[in-house]
Write a protein that binds this ligand. Structure first.
Ligand code: OSB
Ligand code: MG
Length: 368
């Protein structure tokens, strides 16, 4: 696994829907992309940090700085035995896992393309298609919520997740459950509650939710364990699991009974697989979360979701929901709630260089 050169790009894509969560409204996505070149192939990765540190602490500007000044200089011009050895070369650094994950994920794609196998197969996955759901932003009112749920139920999505916040939780959930008694329904609070709101969270026990995602602070496990003792519905940890060690501690404390695995949040595929394995050892199901990824991150997510303990539908819905034009050439479209896993080598998708050339705000090349 030789790393000869790297390309860093930043692309701004308009979102096809207004995405409101407990931390604000999003109408576009700024997508950092990394291409690693070596042995005549290219490995692709996408960064999931955002403009501002709203979801976790990382930002695009901070990530680009670290990639240029710290992480890429550690790998450029070097040869590694495998992606795990490359991960180790970045393993001494603290935090900033989304930025480190860009290098690690591009290396996995490069390695899988060199070996001419699909990434999912290389990671130990066996599925040829994965079950997917959708994550639906906060809507203007209950009627709009039921409406957007209906449209996505009709498209076949296998899990409907509603974003909630204090003051907008039981209302959309009750309206949705009354209209659709049988759907697999979940909610995501993105850390908007505190233990003082536990009565409000417990009120959600009446609606047969599969889980309640990240109700409490982004860096908390202890209060989640207390909240889990007070509510019947399983809690699902997202923001507050940044590593396999966090997963072990959270599950040992009883902080949740489901884990949302986001490959970039935990630092890459190797760590995502360790989170998957820890959860499996605890008898806890995982699913693959999304961060409104372009086709590059989406393809990575689909491959990761082929591992056996990804037994709940992921966020990896059709790319056409998000973008009029994607940064990759291939469509990634779910049918009847199933996303086919790309069968080509690596992540199995290729960059639409012409489109990227038109919309890139940054495109720079680095060599050793
Ligand atoms: O908490 O899962 C989340 C998007 C951005 C940041 C955090 C989250 C999300 C989503 C979107 O829920 C899922 C998707 O990619 O469709
Ligand atoms: Mg979440």
């Amino acid at each position: 696994l030789r790393i000869d050169a790297a390309e860093l790009m930043v692309v701004r894509l308009p979102l096809r829907f207004r995405f409101e969560t407990s931390f604000g409204v999003q109408t576009e996505k700024v997508v950092p992309l990394l291409v690693l070149h070596g042995d005549g192939v290219q490995g692709l990765a996408e960064g999931t940090m955002e403009f501002a540190p709203m979801y976790r602490e990382e930002t695009i500007a901070g990530g680009l700085h670290l990639l240029r000044e710290v992480f890429l200089p550690r790998v450029l011009g070097r040869t590694f035995a495998n992606p795990q050895e490359l991960e180790g070369a970045l393993g001494g650094f603290r935090g900033n896992r989304m930025a480190r994950a860009m290098v690690e994920m591009a290396a996995w794609d490069l390695w899988a393309r060199m070996l001419n196998v699909p990434l999912g197969t290389l990671l130990g996955g066996t599925r040829t298609s994965v079950e997917v759901g959708v994550s639906l932003g906060i809507q203007a009112d209950q009627a709009a919520t039921v409406d957007v749920v209906r449209r996505h139920v009709e498209q076949g999505y296998r899990r409907l997740k509603l974003k909630i916040k204090p003051g907008w939780d039981v209302q959309p959930v009750r309206a949705t459950r009354e209209a659709f008694p049988d759907i697999r329904l979940t909610v995501d609070a993105n850390s908007a509650y505190t233990l003082a709101d536990s009565g409000r969270v417990r009120a959600l026990d009446d609606f047969d939710l599969t889980y309640i995602e990240q109700p409490l602070a982004w860096d908390d496990l202890v209060d989640h364990a207390e909240l889990q003792r007070r509510v019947l519905t399983p809690l699902c940890l997202d923001e507050s699991v940044a590593s396999a060690q966090d997963a072990r501690k959270g599950l040992a404390l009883g902080a949740g009974r489901v884990i949302n695995v986001k490959v970039a949040r935990v630092g890459g595929h190797a760590e995502a697989r360790r989170v998957h394995d820890v959860a499996q050892a605890f008898g806890v199901p995982v699913w693959c979360g999304g961060m409104l990824e372009s086709g590059v991150g989406r393809a990575h997510n689909i491959h990761l979701s082929t591992l056996p303990n990804f037994t709940l539908p992921g966020d990896t819905s059709s790319a056409s929901r998000y973008w009029a034009t994607d940064v990759i050439n291939e469509p990634l479209e779910a049918e009847d709630g199933l996303m086919q896993v790309p069968t080509g080598a690596g992540i199995g998708v290729s960059l639409n260089r012409e489109f990227i050339g038109q919309v890139a705000e940054l495109h720079e090349e680095m060599r050793p």
